[in-house]
Design a protein around this ligand. Sequence first.
Ligand code: 13P
Length: 250
Amino acid sequence: MRQPLVAGNWKLNGSLGAISELLSGIGEQLSAVKVAELAICPPFIYLGHVQRLIGKSGISLGAQDCSDQDSGAYTGEVAATMIKEFGCKYIIVGHSERRHIYAESNDRVAKKYEQVKNSQLVPILCVGETLRDREDGRTEVIIAQQLDAVLGRIGIDGFVDAVIAYEPVWAIGTGETATPEHAQKVHEYIRNKLAAISKDIAANIRILYGGSMKPENAKQLLEQNDIDGGLIGGAALKAKDFIGIALAAN
Ligand code: 13P
């Protein structure tokens, strides 16, 4: 059984005060969440703060990115091993904002993924096509390239206990959500691609959907066979919405 995972990617948002308020709002409604695992991925600088505030609530902690290096002269970078020291379970790699705004190649994302695995943390590997790719009928080609870069670097065993997030770039922060049918089709493609190498690993891997997921559309998305949770941006910044999405998995 794949336990649904609802992970909040806070992106470049928050302050000490706003985070305390948001987490207390989440805490108040937490007991209603029966099925989903909740995770929160704040900006690096707030990991310690969030770690203290979530305490033993059962909410998992994650980072939004990590370095592709483990140590050395890499100004501004944060290593997966450092992230681990703050009680993190997850690290997001290859988010489309990193790929597109900061020009991260498939190869660099694969190196980061390897760092996460080497630190015994769980990667949340983001994949997804742009609007242009989609219109050109290249959704599967793009996703295959993104997965192959990681497979080529560490092989299928690197996907044991990992998480993949399908985030169509055209649906991120736009209010436009993939239809449950479109999302399911792509999730199925991802699972089948891994199943062609290992049926077991493919059957166990959690594939999240991300892109304008909110309480109103969460249920229909989460009902799909191959959608095992959500990676939430904007809606994760409001306690009621974040919990509302998690409740859709009950
Ligand atoms: P939105 O939920 O704001 O569309 O963001 C999705 C996302 O990028 C999560 O990583």
